[in-house]
Design a protein around this ligand. Structure first.
Ligand code: ATP
Length: 285
């Protein structure tokens, strides 16, 4: 039996635009995504000789084939024609669920990377990302990581240079958002402001963190904030204590601030912690 270890990094959407509705009912997105240092830890025992099993230290996460990590292992082994002779996957969960931080997708991507490494890297990282699209739309990005422009359902991605150094403060409020309902509401609402993805790309290329912060934009943010004014409260704390830009990530409900000094991040954390147990300080990775 062999044990594999892999980190599963969360993501933030620096920009997020919905650019069209497809015939299959899904939406086409365009988003600059960034992996961050908030992470789950994945351990995989291969060759246990027993039926597959998955263990997670958080109770609300599925521990069967509904878990995206399990699904990813199944898809990889089927695609490569391998028999692992029993798998045990263990997940130490730190990425909050229903946050828009791709917790499940990050775990799936980590499993794909770990298995591909175990079998001697038969797939390139981009081929692995393509396989990941069968697991979920955020998985291709999570396989590749770093900074990238993602399009379509997330399966078309282009690596960008690393974003300039900074700290993120991320706050996950108690409530979660139903993603299908959110898309329905967005369809009914005229999108007033869209991200300038070209502007964001230029800011990243120039290594200009102020411009990156100015270009943050997520079309879902006003829709969710209109129903959960609490997000405005969190953003006002960000703003008052040194944030240079803030917004919701993905379809929420986590919101994040960009700060340039660790001291600002620490102060924001202290200001929020009494009301919000799920506050994180992270760096881009
Ligand atoms: P995204 O940003 O991709 O929309 P999210 O933060 O909204 O992600 P997740 O944390 O990925 O959402 O979890 C969404 C649901 O997926 C959970 O309710 C959970 O039941 C299911 N799920 C399946 N596998 C996992 C996993 N490995 N980790 C967390 N959730 C998982």
């Amino acid at each position: 039996m062999t044990t594999l270890y892999e980190s599963a990094f969360a993501k933030l959407n620096l920009t997020l635009d919905v650019v069209g509705k497809r015939e299959d009912g899904y939406h086409d997105l365009k988003s600059v995504m960034q992996t961050i240092s908030v992470r789950d830890d994945i351990e995989i025992d291969i060759g246990t000789g027993k039926p597959w099993c998955l263990k997670c230290d958080k109770e609300d996460i599925p521990t069967d084939s509904k878990n995206l990590a399990w699904k990813a292992a199944q898809i990889y082994l089927d695609a490569m024609g391998k028999d692992a002779d029993g798998l045990e996957i263990r997940i130490t969960k730190r990425i909050p669920s229903g946050a828009g931080m791709a917790g499940g997708s990050a775990d799936a991507a980590a499993v794909l990377r770990a298995l591909n490494r175990h079998y001697g890297e038969p797939l390139s990282i981009y081929a692995l990302a393509e396989l990941g699209a069968q697991v979920g739309s955020d998985v291709p990005f999570c396989v590749v990581g770093g900074t990238a422009m993602c399009e379509g359902r997330g399966e078309r991605l282009r690596k960008l240079p690393n974003m300039p150094d900074c700290f993120f403060v991320i706050c996950k409020p108690e409530f979660s958002v139903s993603t299908p309902e959110l898309y329905r509401k967005l369809d009914e609402t005229a999108i007033a402001k869209r991200p300038d993805n070209t502007g964001m790309e230029s800011a990243i290329l120039a290594g200009d963190i102020e411009k990156v912060a100015q270009n943050l934009m997520n079309v879902f943010d006003p829709v969710v904030t209109a129903e959960h004014l609490e997000l405005n409260y969190i953003k006002s704390i960000f703003n008052a204590y040194g944030s240079i830009g803030q917004q919701m990530t993905g379809s929420g409900s986590a919101v994040f601030a960009i700060v340039t000094e660790f001291e600002y991040a620490a102060v924001i954390c202290n200001m929020l912690r009494d009301n919000y147990p799920q506050v994180f300080i992270a760096k881009p990775v």
